[in-house]
Design a protein around this ligand. Structure first.
Ligand code: SF4
Length: 269
């Protein structure tokens, strides 16, 4: 069961797993990839070498049922179809868990599904315990939504993280989307996520009835106080403010305090 403690920390998953080591950058959202920092500094490996770890698949779904997230990109072009298939097989063996599959390469999914139908089990992706998501950091990534929508998955979600600009979705686009996650960038080189971008997207989700999870936001800190904009911080305190990552939902502006899940994902474990 996802706990209030997890939710309070802005964690929408409980366990993450590197089934694939390495990745390559595809868009602006990848610029400060945390996984690259982790692999190059902690593990001392070349991040651009993509290595699907068959030996780790059995770790997926082990232990108490919970929400798992697959780190790095399962649909990277260097990950073979058979590996993806084996990961999905494993998910089916452990249906009491929920699985999040985020990708910046949703255009690869139909190709894999085709292959799977021809030579294997027929693409085991359409189940309520499997959520397939794509990243939409700015308008350059809108094509990914169209690709995601062609996939018959029970839960489709958008990860607007790191949010780098307004993300304006039509009512029609949101119709087939089951969940939206919003997050400002973390790390020393974080790029500002304006509060008006977050507010605008939250309002779109609310109007369309789509659950929204605001993971973390940026506020400006000056003289111990938090402000929505740099200008406000300077004019109220006279001090130079610092762009601050805020995860504590109690510090969010009231109209942004949403940490919602799609029903199917939360209820089953
Ligand atoms: S797709 Fe994800 S894991 Fe790969 S480089 Fe981009 S942010 Fe990092």
């Amino acid at each position: 069961m996802i706990t209030q403690k997890n939710i309070a920390k802005g964690k929408y998953w409980q366990k993450g797993i590197f089934l694939i080591e390495g990745c390559t950058k595809v868009s602006a959202g990848c610029k400060n990839c945390w996984s690259e920092t982790y692999e190059t500094t902690r593990r001392k490996r070349d991040f651009n070498i993509v290595n699907p770890r068959y030996d780790r698949i059995k770790e997926l779904g082990r232990g108490k049922p919970c929400i798992w997230s697959i780190w790095n990109d399962l649909f990277h072009e260097q990950v073979e179809n058979l590996f993806i298939e084996k990961v999905l097989d494993r998910m089916w063996e452990r249906p009491n868990n929920a699985y999040l599959i985020p990708t910046k390469r949703p255009e690869r999914i139909p190709e894999w599904l085709e292959w799977s139908k021809r030579v294997h089990h027929g693409g085991k992706i359409n189940r309520p315990f499997i959520a397939v998501g794509t990243s939409v950091e700015n308008s350059d990534a809108y094509d990914r939504i169209a690709h995601l929508k062609t996939v018959r998955a029970a839960i489709k979600y958008l990860s607007v993280e790191p949010m780098l600009d307004f993300v304006t979705l039509t009512e029609n686009t949101l119709k087939e989307i089951d969940w939206v996650i919003i997050g400002a960038e973390s790390g020393a080189n974080r790029r500002e996520c304006k509060i008006e971008w977050v507010r605008d997207l939250v309002q779109q989700c609310k109007a369309a009835g789509v659950p929204v999870f605001v993971k973390q936001i940026h506020l400006w800190k000056a003289n111990g106080n938090l402000f929505e904009t740099k200008l406000k911080a300077i004019s109220y305190t006279g001090f130079q403010p610092k762009l601050t990552l805020v995860k504590d939902i109690n510090l969010f502006p009231e109209d942004l305090r949403y940490r919602e899940y799609p029903k199917e994902l939360k209820n089953e474990r």
